[in-house]
Design a protein around this ligand. Structure first.
Ligand SMILES: [Fe+2]
Ligand SMILES: [Fe+2]
Length: 165
């Protein structure tokens, strides 16, 4: 059974939404590169890689189901500079919430079109978004707590540096 039209269109869009997220994380990582916070720079770069893997998952799913893959452009991040590590993580957290709403919309459409295979495929993304929102909001809380205290900020950076993949 082919992926229905609206679901197929949104899956194609989600492929680019994930690449857009990767692009945003690259921009945030580059911001951190010019700060003393190299742990957070590395965290953001790893997150960018993860977003590309999400895009890859969608690409594989679409093509395995015999659907059309539409080659298109990736949007440019709106913001590439930040006033503080807190502002950078707030942007990441806000973006993750937006991605969650994109996944929900996709799931709603797959359900409307009775594409149960896609609904099942998307359950991985639903769970992944819980984690992505938690990870970014944990940093927002940590950075809010740290405020302008440089020692605490370095502490948060060490925490970020622990991320392996
Ligand atoms: Fe993602
Ligand atoms: Fe994400």
């Amino acid at each position: 059974m082919k992926i229905p039209e609206k679901t197929e269109k949104l899956l194609n869009e989600q492929f680019y939404n994930e690449l857009y997220a990767a692009h945003i994380y690259f921009a945030i990582s580059a911001y951190f590169k010019h700060t003393p916070y190299q742990g957070m720079a590395s965290w953001m770069r790893l997150q960018s890689k993860e977003e590309m893997e999400h895009a890859m998952k969608i690409y594989e799913y679409l093509t395995e189901r015999g659907s059309k893959f539409v080659a298109d452009a990736v949007r440019k991040p709106e913001k590439t500079d930040f006033a503080s590590p807190l502002e950078a993580f707030q942007a990441a957290y806000a973006h993750e919430q937006l991605v969650t709403s994109q996944i929900y919309k996709l799931l709603e459409t797959a359900n409307d079109e009775k594409d149960w295979a896609t609904a099942d495929f998307l359950s991985w993304f639903v769970k992944e978004q819980i984690e992505e929102e938690k990870n970014t909001s944990d940093f927002v809380r940590g950075l809010e707590y740290a405020g302008d205290d440089k020692n605490l900020l370095i502490g948060v950076d060490k925490w970020a540096a622990k991320r392996a993949e």
